[in-house]
Design a protein around this ligand. Structure first.
Ligand SMILES: Nc1ncnc2c1ncn2[C@@H]1O[C@H](COP(=O)(O)OP(=O)(O)OP(=O)(O)O)[C@@H](O)[C@H]1O
Ligand SMILES: [Mg+2]
Length: 238
């Protein structure tokens, strides 16, 4: 069995802006990520990073091409099946944290488990354990406004992990954080990657975030122009 958790080949996606007016967001993008890798996805604004991440994470569908998660074709799935794969296999972290302002840290994390069908009691237990893991054991009952940006992003990381996904995808997860906090957050993700083997795909403009990853995948004009593999192979064989 090959151990690529993400395998994307020849994916295209275009958005319709109006009559006879399209944007080709992806023009045949290929991407392979091994289980347990932590990779950075970089490239100019508009190059298709978020679109590719959304398709890899089953948040959006490709127009053509193949997408496999854990060896299983997912580009052919629709509706409830797609939602179910996304819920089980993928966790997401966003730039703006996207926490529910009226809920405490532990409630925010537990809710994502409850959505996946976990009982309230088990959801709270899982959420508590994960908040301790990300260093927020003493902030469980705080609401987002009572937490710093870095603390809010830690809650979002715990939430992304609550259903035990193989992959966590982050779209500019440190984009709203200062340099020191950004480093801290990448460190938290790195520890989880090392300790639990969770695969991370991080869309970023920040070279320091990319530096902390195993390799950098570069996009331009809707394709992957450099998958960083040459360097990775060199690094692995060193
Ligand atoms: N929902 C949409 N409707 C129409 N066009 C879109 C939509 N989403 C993305 N696009 C277009 O597709 C292209 C790729 O966008 P995408 O968001 O993937 O880029 P990106 O690399 O993530 O950029 P950034 O670094 O600015 O976040 C851009 O030209 C963008 O304008
Ligand atoms: Mg983007």
């Amino acid at each position: 069995m090959n151990d690529n958790i993400i395998e994307i080949t020849g994916v295209t996606k275009r958005y319709r802006l109006g009559k006879d007016n399209y944007v080709n967001a992806l023009r045949g993008a290929d991407l392979t990520v091994a289980r347990g890798e932590m990779v950075a996805l970089m490239g100019p604004s508009g190059s298709g990073k978020s679109t590719l991440m959304h398709i890899a994470g089953c948040l959006d569908r490709a127009d053509s091409g193949e997408v496999r998660l854990g060896g299983r074709r997912v580009d052919t799935l629709r509706g409830r099946e797609l939602v179910s794969v996304r819920g089980r296999e993928v966790g997401f972290i966003f730039q703006g944290f996207n926490l529910i302002p009226t809920m405490t840290a532990v409630e925010n994390v537990a809710l994502a488990a409850e959505y996946a069908g976990v009982s309230k009691r088990d959801a709270i237990r899982r959420a508590t354990g994960l908040l301790e893991l990300v260093g927020l054991g003493d902030r469980m009952r705080h609401t987002p406004t009572e937490l710093s940006g870095g603390q809010q992003q830690r809650v979002a990381i715990a939430r992304a992990l609550v259903n035990g996904p193989g992959i966590v995808m982050g779209d500019e997860p440190t984009g709203d954080l200062d340099t020191a906090t950004s480093e801290e957050i990448v460190g938290v993700m790195r520890d989880i990657n090392t300790d639990q083997g969770t695969t991370f795909v991080l869309v970023t403009h920040n070279p320091e975030v990319a530096e902390a990853c195993d390799r950098t995948i570069n996009m331009r004009d809707g394709v992957v122009v450099d998958d960083g593999m040459a360097l990775f192979t060199e690094y692995r064989s060193a």
